[in-house]
Each structure stands twice: as structure tokens, then as C-alpha cells.
Design a protein around this ligand. Structure first.
Ligand code: BGC
Length: 740
């Protein structure tokens, strides 16, 4: 029997309360009565996430609290889905109640943020996108799926597909970057791999989030309002969701903010007209955490009862964490204010996915499942390392890297080099810092015999510069200094926007002083967002900058392999680095304007910073150099039904093997709406031996060169186009072609 038929049959046997239970998702609650503590878990968690309370202390306190896993509600059929339960035993316990102790035995959806790994952590999504390598994306999803499934999770709140053009926004770290085309590619691979069923039934349902345009929050300030034209919505923000839906994503999560005045959670136009009717989505919509009740705070619902009705009627099928559906839907039906059919429809959608994703066909035997498939296995760590190496981006190099074998005394400075939690990075709640490879550890592990690696703290990502003298003294001993600077894990992620994009605290001053020791210096950045690091770029005392992001469990090993030259860096930026935070949002695919920025006074620019970004989209160096040769367009005039075919020759002109991401952009020169100065349309990552040349061929249907016109209709307009091929969004070869 098909999933829909099975769902329909089950629905026919359910009470109204049980149906509402399927529309509700909640996490556990804690009760604490600890001697000497004001027990306020929300505040503790908030303090931990701001770096004010060590995670170990939070864990210690929580261990003394009593957790309520809501077993009574589950047994009564009043709670059909759980959120963010990370421990296998607890997942097993709640599922056991649902399957064996509730009247109908309906398994729970256990939804968790498996966005960059489960126990073995991979690079942050932003870092992962910098690999431009869909096999890396697939490996992350496959490994996370295996570990999460074995732990009892059946639903991931991922992929996160918010296009992010503003470095101030903390959640840029969770995003696939600023480009829509790249995000579409990532969306497809992640959804397919998370949902692909392995032989033993292992799979996760994916959910595309946050619907929609969360990355466009005003001023880059998290949760802020979004006022956006429909053209931008259709062209920039919707396509990755369309790609996820086409790949079969089971769920979509609506976003926190209000879009053009209406909170996404209760936005019927968005959740029903656009998502279902226009985009053809057939799964269910879950709200973001407590977003149903926040409709009241937005000022768009009088109370939580109304918020529940408006959200459900808009097309929000499941309420995450507000428990407003559980509290009010039955009353609303009884009072004749809500049609029961609306509840039926939402329950039908959710149950269909439970059948489709095999929840009813799985034997709930946790613990045993993991035999022979350990979490954090050597193999999984190896995968995280291989992926991690491909995500770091070399931003500057005067030849100091890779570290030569004559270099025998290596000094590492900076607390982040030893800070497991920071190297692990944000959005890693299911992982743990304990197994993280540090940079100090990695540098020692991969050092050649006879090379000594020393570490002094010196400075951290804060205002404590007290280790300056100690660091300078140690630098006097060293042949090379590796200074590790950037952000702690809590400085990016949710509710972690920053107005100032410089290195925080005393880091800039510290580094500036340190290089005055005249010891060759490399800066490794550990951070979640594009930082305004122009002072490092300009400082001649800093020989190289490696953007290491937060690479996860194998972070330190991945960075060490690159610094020693065991791996030739190949990452390229997927977000523009602005010179100053005041330039944000800064992104490569902006319209030209009537007065494009230049040295001339009356142009679109800021007076006090360069017009060009610090590092453009697509940028990243290698230990070798690539030269771009013959760039050919097969046919310069194509019709709207035809496909443009072109090729470019790329040669490894250096002396070591290396990977290059060859990028293809277009520009519609004259159109009825102002078009971006460049739009990424294709890319390919290739490996070239020294001296080797490869012809990279691209095919691009004219159909993909259109845009949403002023009436929001997708059109491909004839006329002149530019075609660019190159190593980044600025450094390109150029050709002309026409759509006729
Ligand atoms: C975040 C979501 C996440 C959810 C559950 C929310 O605060 O915005 O991205 O999936 O929490 O953890």
C-alpha cells in the first residue's frame, strides 16, 4: 500500500486529540531544585551560548536537574514529534513509549539539527560550500546520516538554504554562502543524500530551512524584519528551496521573521500560494522553534490561540515548541472557529511522511543498531579530515607557505589554536569538543623529525593581551610564527550578529606588535563569517593568511596538513569579504547602478574604504598557479531554445599538483530590468599535475539565462550577453554572445 493510502487509513482511526498530537513537536523540559543555584535553565543556556558560562559547567548543572521526556503526553497520543534530543537512550525511551505504549503506536519524528555532522563534526556549512566540491557535501551528509540514524534520529532540520550576503548576520556561518546557483547545487546533493535509503533502511528526512529570505534580515541583525521585492525573492532566495523540493525534501521549515509585514509562520501567501501551489511542494511545513507564539510578539495575532489558528490556516502543519496547537486547536474546532478538515490535512501530510520515510517499518532496537558501526569511527574522522582540508581558503601567501623543511622551530601563538570548542565551531550541539584535533596537536603530529613545535597562548579572541611579552620572547626563538586569530564558536551562529567585523578584542593590536619581532608570520583564521581583515592583508610582516573557518572534529589536523604542504589548499570563498562592516551587505552579483563605484567622486561608493572588496567571491589561492588560455564560444548566436557551449583551457603553471575551481559567469548587458554585473552559472573543480593543461567544457541552456521581470514573470530576453571564465569573480576572461 502507498504511503498516502496508509496515512489515510490511519487517519480514519484517529481522535481529534490524536491528530493534533501529530501536529505538535516539543522537546524535554527540566526541573531543577539545586542547592545554591537559582535554577533558570534558559538563562544558563543563553549564558553558555554567549561564552559566559563554560559548557562543562552547564552540563554539570543540567546533570543535577530532572528531565521530563513528556512520556505521559506521548503515551496519550498528544505529542507526535520530538525536537532536539541528542542522547541515544533518551531517544529510545520516548520512541518506546510512542510505539509500544500509545493507543495507535505511531512512531515519533525525532527532529534534530544534523546540519554538519552528528557525532563526527564536519566543517560549518559556510566552510563546506568553500570546497565547491559536491562530493564533499555528499560525504558530509552520508556520514551524518549514518551516525544520526544509528542514534535514533529520523529527521534533520537541514539543509539550511538561506542565501547570506551580509557578514554581520551570525547565521551566515550556517549558510551555503551568497550565491544562489551554488546553493541550489548544494541543496540538491544534501537532500538526495540525507534521504537516500541505505540497505538497512538508514535515511533521514530532510527539511529545507528557513522559508524564506532569513538571510536578508535588516542590518544583518538576527530575527529582524525583512522587506524584500518579489523579484529578489524569486530570483535570489527561492531557487535553493525549489532545488530542495525537486530533490524531494520531506519538510520545509518556515522562518522566524516577518516578510513584508507578515510573519513567515502565518504567511498564507508564502506557505500555501507560493510553496504549495506555485512550487509544488508536497511535504509538510514545520514552524521554527516557538515561532507560532511569536506571532503575538510580532503584533500580528491577538493571543496564542489566534496565532495557532492563523499559522495552521496559513499552511504551517507542525508547531515546533510553542505547544499552541496542542493547547488551542481542539478548543478552536469546538468553538466553530476552525474547520477540522484543516487539521486533517496537516495530519495527513505529516503521517504520509512518517510512512514514506519508513518510520513504521523500522524495528526500534536502539543500541544494537550501532554494533560494528561506531560513532566517530576512524573512517568517519578520516572523511571529516579529507573534507576539512578542501574547505580552508588561502587568502594571502608571499611564499612563506607551505612551511619549508629547513624550518625547524615553529611557534604557535593564540588561544584558539588549542581551543577545542572554537575549532569545533557553532551548530555542533550533537557533537562534542573532547575528540577535536587542535592546531597545536596537528602541527606536532605532522611535524618532520627534528622540527620542534612550541605553543604559547599570547592572546585569545578577547581583550586579554597580557601574554604579549611572553609571545614576543618565544618568537625570538622561532623560525616561523603561526598566529591563530578569529572568533570563538559563540561569536557566530544564531543570535550572534556583530556590528563590527574586525578581529575582536586586542587581536589586531597584538598581531601588529608580534610581527615587529621580524619573524616570518602566518595568520590562521578561525571564524564563522567574512571578517574585515584588511590590516592583516596590508601588513607586510604577515606572510600568509589561511582562512580555516571552524572545520569540526579534525580541524587542527586539516590545517596542519595545509600549512606543511601535505595538501595544497583549494577552497574558494563563497562570500565576499568587505573592507569594513559598514559596506555590508556586500556581494558580487549586484546591479551596476547608474553610477558604478570608481575613483570619480559622483559614484556609488563609500568615501573611506576601497570600492573593491577585500577578497571577492570565488577567490582563493593555491600553492601552484593556474593560467587561463583559449576561451572559446562554440556559437555566438543562439536562440532561446538552444544551449550555449563554451570551453576554456586551464594550465597548472606551477610546480606542484593542485585543484582549481573554474568559474563561469554571465552578464545580460541590456535588459528590461537592471541585471547583476555577474551571475555564476557553472563551475568545475579540476585536479591538474604541474604543467598539465585541461580544456574545461561548459553547456548552458539559454533557458537558464533569464530573470524575473518587473511583473515577476520569468523571461529570457534576447540581446547581448557577456560570458566570463576565470579563477574568481573578478579575475576572468571575457567573451560576447547573443540570444536571438
Ligand atoms: C533555529 C532552527 C533550528 C531550531 C531547532 C531554531 O532556533 O532557528 O534553525 O532548526 O531552532 O533547533
Amino acid at each position: 500500500m502507498t504511503a498516502d493510502r496508509r496515512a489515510e487509513e490511519l487517519l480514519g482511526r484517529m481522535t481529534l486529540k490524536e491528530k493534533i498530537g501529530q501536529l505538535s513537536q516539543a522537546g524535554s523540559t527540566m526541573t531543577c531544585t539545586l542547592p545554591g543555584f537559582e535554577a533558570d535553565i534558559e538563562t544558563w543556556v543563553s549564558e553558555m551560548l554567549q561564552g559566559k558560562l563554560p559548557k562543562e559547567e552547564l552540563d554539570r548543572r543540567l546533570a543535577m536537574c530532572k528531565e521530563n521526556l513528556r512520556e505521559d503526553e506521548i503515551a496519550a497520543g498528544e505529542l507526535g514529534n520530538f525536537v532536539n534530543l541528542y542522547e541515544d537512550e533518551k531517544i529510545a525511551a520516548v520512541q518506546e513509549v510512542a510505539v509500544h505504549k500509545s493507543r495507535l503506536g505511531i512512531p515519533l519524528f525525532i527532529g534534530v539539527d544534523v546540519i554538519r555532522g552528528y557525532r563526527t563534526m564536519f566543517p560549518t556549512p559556510l566552510a563546506l560550500s568553500c570546497s565547491w566540491d559536491m562530493e564533499c557535501v555528499r560525504i558530509m551528509a552520508a556520514t551524518a546520516k549514518r551516525e544520526a540514524y544509528d542514534g535514533g534520529v529520523n529527521w534533520t532540520f537541514g539543509p539550511m538554504l538561506d542565501i547570506a550576503r551580509d557578514g554581520r548576520w551570525g547565521r551566515i556561518v550556517e549558510s551555503p554562502g551568497e550565491d544562489t546557483y551554488l546553493a541550489c547545487r548544494i541543496a540538491k546533493v544534501q537532500v538526495e543524500e540525507f534521504q537516500r535509503e541505505e540497505e538497512d533502511g538508514c535515511r533521514l528526512m530532510a527539511s529545507a530551512k528557513h522559508f524564506i529570505a532569513y538571510g536578508a534580515v535588516s542590518g544583518g541583525q538576527d530575527y529582524n524584519t525583512v522587506d524584500l521585492s518579489q523579484r529578489q525573492l524569486f530570483e535570489v532566495y527561492l531557487p535553493p528551496f525549489r532545488a530542495a523540493i525537486e530533490a524531494g525534501a520531506g519538510a520545509v521549515m518556515s522562518a522566524f521573521h516577518d516578510l513584508n509585514g507578515v510573519p513567515c509562520t502565518m504567511n498564507r501567501w508564502l506557505l500555501t500560494d507560493i510553496l504549495r501551489k506555485q512550487m509544488g511542494f508536497r511535504g509538510f511545513v514545520v514552524s521554527d522553534a516557538e515561532a507560532v507564539k511569536q506571532c503575538v510578539t510580532h503584533g500580528c495575532a491577538a493571543d496564542e490561540r489566534e496565532a495557532a489558528r492563523l499559522s495552521l490556516e496559513a499552511g504551517g502543519d507542525m508547531d515546533m515548541s510553542s505547544l499552541d496547537y496542542a493547547k488551542y486547536l481542539e478548543q478552536l474546532v469546538q468553538a466553530g472557529e476552525l474547520e477540522e478538515a484543516v487539521i486533517d490535512e496537516a495530519a495527513r501530510r505529516i503521517l504520509t511522511k512518517k510512512f514514506e520515510f519508513g518510520l513504521f517499518d523500522r524495528e526500534y532496537t536502539y543500541g544494537r543498531l550501532r554494533d560494528g558501526q561506531p560513532m566517530l569511527s576512524e573512517e568517519h574522522r578520516r572523511r571529516s579530515l579529507e573534507v576539512g582540508k578542501r574547505c580552508a581558503v588561502l587568502l594571502k601567501n608571499d611564499g612563506i607557505l607551505p612551511i619549508r623543511s629547513e624550518v625547524k622551530k615553529i611557534l604557535i601563538v593564540g588561544a584558539l589554536a588549542e581551543d577545542k570548542q572554537a575549532l569545533l565551531g557553532p551548530w555542533a550541539f550533537t557533537g562534542s569538543a573532547e575528540p577535536v584535533a587542535t592546531i597545536v596537536g596537528g602541527m606536532k603530529k605532522y611535524a618532520e623529525e627534528g622540527t620542534e613545535v612550541r605553543y604559547v597562548r599570547g592572546f585569545g579572541a578577547d581583550a586579554d593581551c597580557s601574554g604579549f611579552e611572553e609571545a614576543c620572547e618565544a618568537a625570538g626563538w622561532a623560525d616561523i610564527v603561526i598566529a591563530v586569530a578569529g572568533e570563538k564558536e559563540y561569536m557566530s551562529g544564531e543570535a550572534a550578529s556583530r556590528a563590527n567585523l574586525h578581529l575582536a578584542g586586542c587581536q589586531e593590536r597584538f598581531l601588529d606588535g608580534l610581527v615587529r619581532m621580524h619573524v616570518p608570520t602566518v595568520v590562521v583564521l578561525i571564524n564563522g563569517r567574512p571578517l574585515a581583515v584588511g590590516c592583516l592583508q596590508e601588513n607586510p610582516g604577515i606572510g600568509a593568511i589561511l582562512e580555516g573557518w571552524h572545520l569540526g572534529t579534525e580541524c587542527g589536523n586539516a590545517i596542519a596538513e595545509i600549512l606543511y604542504g601535505h595538501y595544497n589548499p583549494s577552497g574558494k570563498l563563497t562570500v565576499t569579504f568587505a573592507n569594513e562592516g559598514g559596506q555590508e551587505p556586500m556581494y558580487y552579483n549586484h546591479p551596476n547602478t547608474g553610477k558604478p563605484g570608481s575613483d570619480f567622486k559622483f559614484t556609488s561608493k563609500y568615501q573611506d574604504v576601497p570600492v573593491r572588496p577585500l577578497y571577492p567571491f570565488g577567490y582563493g589561492l593555491s600553492y601552484t598557479t593556474f593560467s587561463y588560455g583559449e576561451f572559446l564560444v562554440e556559437k555566438e548566436r543562439i536562440t532561446r531554445e538552444e544551449t550555449l557551449k563554451c570551453s576554456v583551457k586551464v594550465r597548472n603553471a606551477g610546480s606542484c599538483a593542485g585543484e582549481e575551481t573554474v568559474q563561469l559567469y554571465i552578464r545580460d548587458v541590456v535588459a528590461s530590468c537592471a541585471r547583476p554585473v555577474k551571475e555564476l552559472k557553472r563551475f568545475e573543480k579540476i585536479l591538474l599535475q604541474p604543467g598539465e593543461e585541461q580544456e574545461v567544457r561548459f553547456e548552458l541552456p539559454a533557458e537558464e539565462m533569464g530573470f524575473y521581470d518587473c511583473c515577476c514573470k520569468y523571461v529570457v530576453e534576447p540581446g547581448e550577453f557577456r560570458l566570463y571564465a576565470g579563477t574568481d569573480s573578478e579575475n576572468v576572461l571575457e567573451r560576447t554572445f547573443y540570444i536571438v
